[in-house]
Design a protein around this ligand. Structure first.
Ligand SMILES: Nc1nc2c(ncn2[C@@H]2O[C@H](COP(=O)(O)OP(=O)(O)OP(=O)(O)O)[C@@H](O)[C@H]2O)c(=O)[nH]1
Ligand SMILES: [Mg+2]
Length: 281
């Protein structure tokens, strides 16, 4: 059985920097990891790249050939990767041993973990190849400067969790940039009622019912738990995020059973759509 970590999160959230810190950490403790670049648009790396999607597909050529912009081009590249899972990727993965630990540095297009099924199919492929996979979701610490930003960041995390159905670890990145550390605890393991009252304070009264429904959604509140990280890796023991090789994942994120999440998520989505159409927001 091999081990894999999918590093995801919005554009610029610090995924590649995190991969590089993880690489340095593992080198320092004498543990081997291999980093796979899955971002066809990436140019510079602070870590040695073991497998590179750019050897399979070239973003500039795709944009030119199909007359696409950078985001459309990237999705097209990822779909090409999906078509080549059984040959190109399978061949690349063959060289890794049973106990190897792979870290996938993913592109930041939010579509990839909201509704485009490419990453999900990619994960399923890894599982079929006997990899034990977890997702590490990075969210920029600027999301905690304001409760409404924080909630939208958490909803994006939840969307990735529900899509990928993987053991999931949330990490707030760039913690060195947080100036007001006083309220940090409130965000790392938030109390639902505190979130609710802050949301109500920051939003117009017509949102109160929606805010309550959101906070009462237990899985949603659970998705709001975060670890901290900055590029000097202070504040997060990086061993913690590699814990899924053998230890119970429930300790670090959400465990394997996603059925309740999906039911809640679907319920919440219909509630949101109903609310938005009913009140013409
Ligand atoms: N201050 C500070 N800046 C950081 C930290 N981590 C990353 N950055 C900066 O944030 C920017 C984006 O970092 P990347 O690691 O390239 O982010 P990414 O998520 O890989 O970006 P994409 O691949 O383009 O989606 C860079 O300028 C980094 O130097 C951190 O811990 N602290
Ligand atoms: Mg990157």
């Amino acid at each position: 059985m091999g081990y894999a970590q999918l590093v995801i999160g919005p554009a610029g959230s610090g995924k590649s920097t995190y991969c590089s810190s993880l690489y340095q950490h593992c080198t320092a403790v004498g543990r081997r990891i291999d980093i796979v670049n899955l971002d066809p648009a990436a140019e510079n790396f602070d870590y040695p790249v073991s497998v590179d999607i750019r050897e399979l597909v070239n973003l500039d050529e795709v944009m030119e050939d199909f007359n696409l912009g950078p985001n459309g081009g990237l999705i097209c590249c990822m779909e090409f990767l999906e078509e080549n899972l059984d040959d190109w990727l399978a061949e690349e993965l063959e060289s890794f041993m049973d106990d190897d630990y792979l870290v996938f540095d993913c592109p930041g297009q939010i579509e990839l973990f909201s509704h485009v099924p490419v990453l999900k199919n990619f994960v399923d492929h890894l599982k079929r190849k006997n990899f034990n996979v977890c997702a590490v979701y990075l969210l920029d610490s600027q999301f905690i400067t304001d409760i409404t930003k924080f909630i939208s960041g958490c909803m994006a995390c939840l969307s990735a969790m529900v899509q990928l159905e993987l053991p999931h670890i949330n990490i707030l990145s760039k913690m060195d940039l947080v100036t007001n550390k006083k309220k940090l605890e409130d965000y790392l393991n938030p109390e639902p009622q505190v979130l609710l009252s802050e949301l109500n304070q920051h939003m117009a009264p017509q949102f109160e019912k929606l805010n309550r429904a959101l906070i009462e959604l237990n899985p949603f509140v659970r998705s709001c738990r975060f670890n901290c990280f900055n590029r000097e890796s202070r504040g997060l023991n990086l061993d913690h995020v590699m814990v899924h090789d053998g230890l119970p994942l429930e300790d670090v994120g959400i465990g394997g059973n996603y059925a309740p999440f999906q039911i809640f998520y679907k319920f919440f989505r219909s509630y949101l759509i109903f609310f938005l159409t009913r009140f013409k927001i």
